[in-house]
Design a protein around this ligand. Structure first.
Ligand SMILES: Nc1ncnc2c1ncn2[C@@H]1O[C@H](COP(=O)(O)OP(=O)(O)O)[C@@H](O)[C@H]1O
Ligand SMILES: O=C(OP(=O)(O)O)[C@H](O)COP(=O)(O)O
Length: 394
């Protein structure tokens, strides 16, 4: 990857800095319920403040589809940021226009304001050049610290960079550094664990990972497409019919490349998608036709934990089962615990996997929890991230 400019390459004193962050955080009744992404942006914001910049923060929140949505205003995130910084953060109710320009003109060096949700404008997700110009007109320098949105080519992540000196923030740099190192010079044995429900989204990353890893562990909803590819019946389990052949080709590719592929050998099955119904553990070849697999079984969990413990580097994306329900949480819990106990360098990507390590109280034992789900996957797939590509070359 071409070297991109960072905050250290620009003079920030007295400059108006448009800093794109990812404050797309869960909220309930006007309160931020998980501030991980806000905390992750604090070092960059503090760096800008300490270096005398006028800090203009911009973010999206949710998917308001180009219109104002009262439930998706950013002010609660601004309030939380203010507490974290121990400093006033003024939240505006617009992201462009005269009112915003006046607020910026009145800023002192080191002041921080937060613009309104940029997705209230239809031009944001379309990467409309006019909106990008309007954002650029507010500032002298563009800092992109929104790793979680770096896979989006939007006006405030990519378009704006055509008009200003565009540099990376500390979080963006750290994410690229950690994920980049893990993939380019991995400590071995290198293990990837792929689970969750989004089969289509994860097929691409599995293909790419087969070129890199020593062990590939498959679990969660997507494992049934692999079981079917091996010739097992999967009953009512999640199945992506049109990906069975692809799963077969991955099984062959793993063999060719000498990658050890681990798939469930036993599963927890239920008749209904519910925490209350009857459950039992069966061998993978014995799933009854009217039951569904909702977690990996205890033998599988034991094997996976052993592989994790004997690894030097582990990347985990996607839970092993429906861990939100206590009847189907054990597989994910045992993987989380093995991740906490291993000496390996541990990286978590994806919202649900991050939520799982929080739920099982082992988040502080992980070496890196990525703030980007989709972004970390696309990066691992070897795709260019538009929010990074758009930055100014060194
Ligand atoms: N066997 C399964 N059947 C159905 N859903 C599953 C199964 N295993 C895991 N899931 C669900 O997958 C979801 C997470 O998938 P995904 O969004 O792909 O993960 P992530 O956000 O970590 O990338 C969880 O809500 C979980 O309940
Ligand atoms: O939460 C996000 O993505 P993620 O759930 O894949 O980590 C980012 O803020 C991007 O949001 P988007 O998927 O609405 O563009």
């Amino acid at each position: 990857m071409m070297k991109k400019m960072t905050m250290k390459d620009v003079d920030l004193k007295g400059k108006r800095v448009f800093c794109r962050v990812d404050f797309n955080v869960p909220m309930s009744e006007g309160n931020v319920t998980d501030d991980t992404r806000i905390r992750a942006a604090v070092p960059t914001i503090e760096y800008l403040v300490e270096n005398g910049a006028k800090v203009i923060l911009a973010s999206h929140l949710g998917r308001p589809k180009g219109a104002v949505n009262e439930d998706m205003r950013l002010a609660p995130a601004g309030a939380r940021l203010s507490e974290l910084l121990h400093k006033e953060v003024k939240s505006l109710d617009e992201s462009i226009g005269e009112g915003v320009e006046q607020e910026i003109a009145a800023m002192n060096d080191g002041d921080v304001i937060l613009l309104e949700n940029v997705r209230f404008h239809p031009g944001e997700e379309k990467n409309d050049p006019e909106l990008a110009k309007a954002f650029a007109a507010l500032a002298d320098v563009f800092v992109n610290d929104a790793f979680g949105a770096a896979h989006r080519a939007h006006a405030s992540t990519a378009g704006i960079a055509e008009h200003l000196t565009a540099v990376s923030g500390l979080l963006l740099e750290k994410e690229l550094d950690v994920l980049g190192k893990a993939l380019s010079e991995p400590d071995r044995p290198f293990t990837a664990i792929i689970g969750g429900a989004k089969v289509k989204d994860k097929i691409g990353v599995i293909d790419h990972l087969l070129e890199k890893v020593d062990n590939l562990i498959i679990g969660g909803g997507l494992s049934y497409t692999f079981s079917k590819a091996q010739g097992h019946e999967v009953g009512n389990s999640l199945l992506e019919e049109d990906k069975i052949d692809l799963a077969k080709s991955f099984i062959e590719k793993a063999e060719e490349k000498g990658v050890k592929l681990y798939m469930p050998i036993d599963v927890v099955v239920a008749k209904e998608f519910s925490n209350e119904g009857e459950t039992k553990v069966v061998e993978i070849s014995e799933i009854p036709s009217d039951w569904m697999g909702l977690d990996i079984g205890p033998e599988t969990a034991k094997t996976y934990a052993e592989v994790i413990k004997n690894s030097k580097l582990v990347i985990w994306n996607g839970p092993m089962g429906v861990f939100e329900m206590s009847s189907f949480e054990n597989g994910t819990k045992s993987v989380a615990q093995a991740m906490a106990e291993t000496q390996a360098y541990t990286i978590i990507g994806g919202g649900d996997s991050a939520a799982a390590v929080e739920k099982f109280d082992v988040a502080d034992k992980m070496d890196h929890i990525s703030t980007g789900g989709g972004a970390s996957l696309e990066f691992m797939e070897g795709k260019d991230l538009p929010g990074v590509t758009a930055l100014t070359d060194k």
